[in-house]
Design a protein around this ligand. Structure first.
Ligand code: 13P
Ligand code: SF4
Length: 440
């Protein structure tokens, strides 16, 4: 599988350069998190169809339970499964040429290189949602990312533009950890404990804040309940916005982004209880909820959960002076031990902006880290986690699926359209627009 081969060949410049045996042990062959990474994603799509159960496939989130509602992808036609990498590249290029301005292809930073090479725009989830707006004449937006990103593009794009997700099973295990039913149940319990009346300053008891990595239904819930969306780059601004209007925040689905952001703003940890969706009052007592400032949903990203303080210590031991930058989806102790933390775009800009040759140890998804290592050879850039473990849901987008949807468009068929129901889109747009208007 070329994507894995590419990842392994780049397995981190650090490994090539590091003298330590420990890091060398992470070399090609011994260093992937599962032999299944050598298989095509369609092998998992077919197995799921047979078992009738969704799964996330190989990669960092393989151990997470996929809810039954997770979309499934039908079997990819044989010709695409069997095509060589070169053939797929040629077919994608030809289809894009035939479609011209009628299509725009968006690629998230975490996509494999063989997909990114065909993207008209490469960026983080928010940049890509905006990129879609810059091409209002395109009939189709092919989103090489995950489901919530395609939904956001559909909400923000013109109604007659078709947003296409090449593999419907490309979800996000973190986004799936908060579903609308559990959030509505949590909200009803919170209203029962906290009431609904504003305080003397006009601040309501609680406002919902959802990370961009969530379903359109949750963004709609926020829109309806005076809440807002945030991304990893504007989470502090959004929390400030929320604290101006509410005594506390219910933050979902990522506990780590919520905790790291609120802690940096001075909110004490004891005022950030966790909400476990299957427990009464989320596993808290009423007094704790009344004292709280940020109620953190019990969600996390399995990719970013892999990063540890021990990895940071090892990087510092091997490379005195190393700059350690991690994503705010990492656990708090990892963020605390790093030199800096920020969104995928922050990480990219930090490396691009370094004027002197620098060693960077990065705590985020490996496809992005390896691409940055290749793009900036004047620096040494490596992934903190020595084991290659991509985001299993991003991995679902393979050039075979991209060729299949693009050739469908050439033939006049829209495959894998993502359409958010109009009522959900309307309220989700309110929450997204509040985010766009929020200023530090
Ligand atoms: P960005 O919003 O930075 O694109 O991150 C999305 C994501 O899934 C991070 O894990
Ligand atoms: Fe979701 Fe984590 Fe993958 Fe991002 S890296 S898409 S949060 S599972």
């Amino acid at each position: 599988m070329t994507s894995v081969a590419t990842a392994i060949s780049l397995i981190s410049r650090a490994e090539a350069e590091a003298s330590s045996e420990a890091r060398a042990l992470g070399g090609a062959g011994a260093s992937t998190c599962g032999a299944d990474l050598a298989k095509g994603p369609w092998e998992f799509d077919a197995a799921e169809a047979l078992r009738g159960l969704p799964a996330y496939g190989p990669g960092a989130s393989v151990a997470d339970a996929a809810p039954r509602s997770t979309p499934r992808q039908g079997q990819l036609p044989q010709e695409y499964r069997e095509a060589s990498e070169d053939e797929l590249r040629a077919r994608i290029t030809a289809a894009k040429e035939a479609l011209g301005e009628r299509v725009v292809v968006l690629g998230h930073f975490y996509q494999r290189d063989e997909v990114v090479e065909h993207a008209d725009f490469v960026g983080d989830s928010f940049q890509l949602a905006n990129a879609a707006l810059t091409r209002p004449d395109a009939e189709a937006i092919v989103f090489c990312g995950v489901h919530f990103m395609a939904e956001t593009a559909d909400i923000l794009s013109r109604q007659d533009q078709a947003v296409i997700l090449p593999n419907l099973a490309a979800g996000c295990s973190m986004a799936d950890m908060a579903d609308i039913d559990s959030v509505e149940q949590a909200w009803a319990q919170l209203e029962a404990v906290l009431g609904t009346e504003p305080d003397a300053d006009g601040r309501v008891p609680v406002i919902p804040v959802t990370y961009m990595n969530s379903s359109a239904a949750l963004k709609g819930f926020c829109g309806e309940h005076g809440g807002i969306v945030c991304t990893s780059s504007n989470a502090a601004t959004v929390l400030e916005w929320a604290f101006e209007r509410a005594q506390r925040v219910l933050f979902f689905p990522d506990q780590h982004l919520g905790r790291n952001t609120a802690k940096a703003m001075g909110v004490p940890l004891q005022q950030m209880p966790m909400w476990s969706p299957r427990k009464p009052l989320g596993g808290n007592d009423a007094a704790t909820l009344l004292e709280s400032r940020v109620i953190l949903w019990h969600g996390f990203c399995s990719v970013h959960k892999r990063f540890t303080v021990a990895q940071i210590e090892q990087a510092r031991a091997e490379y005195p002076g190393v700059r350690v930058i991690v994503h705010p989806e990492c656990p708090m102790e990892v963020v605390d031990a790093a030199d800096e933390y920020g969104s995928t775009d922050y990480i990219r800009k930090a490396i691009a902006g370094a004027t002197e040759p620098t060693v960077f140890a990065i705590g985020t998804e490996v496809n992005l880290v390896n691409r940055l290592a290749a793009e900036y050879p004047q620096h040494t850039v490596f992934c903190l986690d020595p084991v290659i473990c991509p985001c299993s849901t991003m991995y679902r987008i393979h050039p075979g699926y991209l060729a299949w949807v693009l050739e469908g468009l050439v033939e006049g068929e829209v495959r894998n359209r993502i359409e958010v129901p109009a009522d959900v889109a309307a309220t989700a747009r309110v929450a997204l627009e509040r985010m766009l208007a929020a200023r530090p």
